[in-house]
Ligand binder design. Sequence first.
Ligand code: AMP
Length: 416
Amino acid sequence: MASIDNFNFAGKKAIVRVDFNVPLNEDGTIADDTRIRGALPTLKKILDDGGALILMSHMGKPKGKVNEKLSLLQIRDAVAKALGRDVKFAPDCAKAKEAADNLKPGEVLLLENLRFYPEEEGKPVGIDKNDPAYEEAKKEMKERQKEFAKTLASYADVYVNDAFGTAHRKHASTAVIADYFDAQDKMLGFLMEKEVNAVDKILKDIKRPFTAIMGGSKVSTKIGIIENLMDKVDNLILCGGMTYTFAKAMGGNIGNSICEEDKLDLALDIMKKAKEKGVNLVLGSDCVAADRFANDADTQICSAMEIPEGWMGMDAGPDSIIQFRDAIKPSKTILWNGPAGVFEMEKFTTGSKAIADAIAEATADGAFSLVGGGDSVSCINKFGLADDVSYVSTGGGALLEAIEGKTLPGIAAIKQ
Ligand code: AMP
């Protein structure tokens, strides 16, 4: 596999799959440019070498149709500013051959939203999955996807994938396109390499003790990860809304707390497996219960097993926080996914903040800490601690699938 570090892009045209799916404000301005900044090391390396850049990305979910509200034209100026040079724009990503051919070294061309074409995702549109003709339509779309990928590939000499956020999708621009480049002409970008290395530290290069903190609302969406981690971790902290599914499974009274009634057996099974494997399963013993799902609700501290009728567990309690800290502080490898409470409401941030603080302290003591997957990233940013952990992943679903041990198509396509 080629490596971006050693590759000389001088005189080459590089097509780079970036993740410019940035959140926009109502007026089309960029609300958060983290993703644009994240791509800069790769883009600057190519330009500094004397290469030309063709940038491609998706934005939002236009479902295979042109949607001006999701046009990448809206971010062209921001990209130009970040790169410190003009950025040309190709309003139709599948008809940009001439614009690409005309690019000179040091020039940049941004293609319009790839998902304006259904071929990007490769899923048939306007036909129900249960329709007898669906399979045929899917086959036909896969062929069209190959053609679309081939067109994109025809713009450049080199393919670079730096979009970790979509690495778990087998789309035209994230995976299929790689088939049209020789092994020495396709590679991962710097951001992608960083993500892959961070995941390797959690899954392969583990320094002990290893503590995983899984929170969020439901156990069902995290089960694949919990199972994969069970063979690797020393401590497994399960917090957030899933606490109450476990409490109920153990015969506790959980009042109106969030609970997955059909996952009670699963919860007991996880507890059994943890015991068999010698994993220290940490379930918070107490919680902050509220009489309503609201920031101005009345609250009380109670056992997670004895929540009064009509009340609901909204955050980890003080004893739980001590349990969490005791496990996190001496750890040398830490993974955090999912908040310990309804952190969007100021009153219920304490548990998540305590976890973030403990991770930051352990990191200062030499631990490797990876924070990833949607809400925990919002948490760490909200608490201003992003620079105090080892790595904050940019990939939600992709990170979770990687930690589950699944092969990501975007990475496999390049490594093949
Ligand atoms: P997830 O997407 O599964 O990681 O869940 C994140 C969401 O879980 C956040 O929006 C939190 O507000 C929510 N959450 C965390 N703790 C609780 C709780 N005790 N009750 C209800 N929702 C919770």
